[in-house]
Write a protein that binds this ligand. Structure first.
Ligand code: SF4
Length: 337
């Protein structure tokens, strides 16, 4: 029987989903709290990052910055250092900007949808997630997991990279939402996407929605997403050594990785090039970058914009991920330095 998208159909799916979630949900640390601060931290960390990666960061973060006020008062360096390795550092800065705004209101987060959306660093997804989970507001979340589940259930072939499709899916998610318990419903759809309706090889035979799912026989066809071509890029960084220390710079404001530390780009006007010492590949936005590290010497004095750092000092500072990897490679290849 071809499933309909009537109210009755959604009601039936909602009920099956809620029942499944009650018995199948994972025991995750942010599911054991009702603190809006902790829930917000988890939601922001979980954007673009896997649950297993987030758990230790989340737990350490709450020890370092247990309240909005503690985060608001923290030094930016400590905030970035605590985020190191999670990537997308703008999230850490936005979280601190949000903490400052909430701390100014006496440490109480607004409980209205409009108020949440007006806070710094809160986009539509975070407003819906925090609003529903922390305050029970009837706001439907729409993230990658939810889009995958909905496009498959409806066998919807619209391209999800188009804003119009996202708007359409938001409407669909709003219609699917269980307004009596939006917190459980939102978490259940995301949980289904994360553990059953997987991007590859979804577990349709054990899925609670299989009876009403139009896409279950060709699930991997959904969602349809036009690919952004990856652009290859090459860069050369300089390894400038003095004794046991390496010259590094803190990235200035307005540039990617701002506030983080890194090895400098090789600059033939100021440096003499030596031999290649390492090669590291990494992806950033649409770029696939091959970073070659070469030993180098200053032609004149080292500029005062950077600092020579020992391995211990590098460990204590927040480094951009590929440069952290490079620092580790260098430490391994010359353990005495
Ligand atoms: Fe996803 Fe399969 Fe469940 Fe449909 S039946 S929602 S494709 S896991």
């Amino acid at each position: 029987m071809k499933p309909s998208t009537s109210g009755k159909h959604w009601r039936s799916l909602r009920g099956k989903l809620a029942k499944w979630y009650a018995s199948a949900k994972r025991d995750l640390p942010w599911r054991r709290t009702t603190d809006p601060y902790a829930i917000t931290v988890s939601e922001i960390m979980l954007q673009q990052t896997q649950v297993v990666t987030v758990i230790p960061y989340y737990e350490r973060w709450l020890m370092l910055f247990p309240t909005w006020e503690a985060l608001a008062c923290a030094k930016e360096h400590d905030v970035i250092k605590a985020w190191e390795g999670l990537g997308y550092y703008r999230r850490a800065r936005n979280l601190q900007a949000l903490a400052k705004a909430v701390a100014l209101e006496g440490g109480k987060m607004t409980r209205s949808a409009e108020g949440l959306r007006a806070l710094p660093g809160i986009g539509p997804y975070t407003a819906a997630a925090v609003g529903s989970i922390a305050f029970g507001l009837p706001l439907a979340v729409l993230d990658g997991n939810v889009m995958r589940v909905l496009t498959r259930v409806l066998a919807l072939r619209d391209d999800i990279s188009r804003p119009q499709t996202r708007a359409k899916l938001q409407e669909i998610a709003n219609g699917f939402l269980d307004k009596r318990d939006p917190s459980t419903h939102n978490q259940a759809v995301m949980e289904l996407g994360a553990t059953v309706c997987l991007p590859r090889k979804p577990l349709c035979p054990i899925c609670p929605l299989r009876e009403g799912c139009r896409g279950r026989d060709h699930a991997e066809d959904f969602p349809v997403k036009s690919r952004v071509a990856q652009v290859k890029r090459a860069e050369i960084v300089a390894i400038l050594k003095k004794g046991k220390s390496f010259y590094c710079e803190q990235v200035p404001e307005g540039k990617p990785w701002h506030g983080l530390w890194r090895f400098p780009d090789f600059d033939p006007a100021r440096m003499e090039r030596g031999e290649a010492v390492a090669r590291i590949k990494y992806g950033i936005t649409k770029y696939l970058v091959t970073m070659q590290a070469v030993s180098a010497k200053w032609k004149s004095r080292a500029p005062s914009t950077g600092r020579y750092l020992t391995a211990e000092e590098m460990q204590a500072l927040a480094f951009a991920a590929p440069h952290r990897k490079l620092a580790k490679t260098l430490a391994k290849s010359s353990p005495s330095s």
